[in-house]
Design a protein around this ligand. Sequence first.
Ligand code: DGL
Length: 268
Amino acid sequence: MHSDHPIGVFDSGVGGLSVLREIHHLLPREDLIYVADSAHAPYGDKSKEFILERSTAIFEFFLSHKVKTVVVACNTATAAAVKELRGIYNLPMVAMEPAVKPAAEQTQTGIIGVLATSRTINSNNFQVLFARFADQVQVIPQACPGLVDQVEQGYLDSAETRALVAQYVQPLLAQNADILVLGCTHYPFLKPIIQEIAGATIKVIDSGAAIARRLHHLLHHHGLSSESQQTGSVQFYSSAENGIADGVISELWGSHIKTEKMTEVVSV
Ligand code: DGL
């Protein structure tokens, strides 16, 4: 591992771009490699074993590119696989955690809504996170089936997306939540409509910037911060064939992106 090696960032699909943009913003001199596991998205309805298998395949791909650290930019993969990944790979890594802590500090009503995939909400990690704040605030989890698919298809403002957001957000507002935590990295791309449907008095927060700061500290701690004076490169890979993810990735990243096919590296 060397400071001029790249950082690997991955998600089941395009959601991790919401974390990647914060990393690129905070650490512009780092070289970044992003993998969208588009051929297997969403992870939310897959088994723990399957998500661990895919995460391992992506780690092997990253290692073949000599990454110095990996950011698991997916709450679902964090919940399903990160404990095992930390056991398998001796590599500094950063994983997701829904922003319940800052929400607990900022809530006025003492009630926080958390939007995430069912797999994240039902995970042990999440139960532990809930328990940590249970004596301070009331945390209401809300699973949001279908939202990841809407983002994967680039439907950020369609009638169907709006109907789903309203269906998931309104019960939280009815229970007097004043902060909505986005516990899935796809959801920051829906923040404009979530905010609009929730109303201006409701805070909508995610963990992207906090993850970038944690990465910054981790690199510094391990003496792995890039010493380059130039803007780093950002390379995009997808497990899907024929660049079918290119359109959505370009839309979300804000410039024309041509993904390369992620080669499956078989581990022995
Ligand atoms: N971006 C992933 C997350 O943060 C989406 C999960 C999925 O693919 O279902 O949870």
